[in-house]
Design a protein around this ligand. Structure first.
Ligand code: SF4
Ligand code: SF4
Length: 86
C-alpha cells in the first residue's frame, strides 16, 4: 500500500490583483474556504482575494477558483512538486 499517494494535494494561490473586479465567486465557492477579501483595493477600487491568515496551507488545488473567475485573475499551482496533481 502506498500511503504517500493518499495525501491531499496542496496548492499555491496566485492573484493578478489588477484584473479582479470583486465578484466574490472565488471566495464564495472555494470548497476549502481559504480565501477572503483583502483590506486593500486595486487601482480600480476593488477588493481582491487573499488567503485567510490561518488557512495559508489550506488550498487543496481543486482549481475551481481558476475555472470560475470571469476575469482570469486567480490561478493555482501545485505545491511540493505534485507532478501529476492536475
Ligand atoms: S484551488 Fe480550490 S481550494 Fe484552492 S483556493 Fe482555489 S477554489 Fe480554493
Ligand atoms: S473570481 Fe476573480 S474577479 Fe471574482 S473576486 Fe475572485 S479573483 Fe476577483
Amino acid at each position: 500500500m502506498d500511503l504517500g499517494r493518499a495525501r491531499v494535494p496542496q496548492g499555491e494561490v496566485h492573484v493578478i490583483v489588477e484584473r479582479c473586479k470583486e465578484c466574490n465567486f472565488c471566495i464564495k465557492y472555494c470548497p476549502a474556504q481559504v480565501l477572503e477579501y483583502s483590506t486593500q483595493t486595486n487601482d480600480k477600487g476593488y477588493h481582491y482575494p487573499v488567503m485567510v491568515a490561518d488557512k495559508a496551507d489550506g488550498c487543496v488545488y481543486c482549481k475551481f477558483c481558476d475555472l470560475i473567475c470571469p476575469e482570469l485573475a486567480i490561478y493555482t499551482t501545485p505545491v511540493d512538486g505534485d507532478a501529476d496533481a492536475g
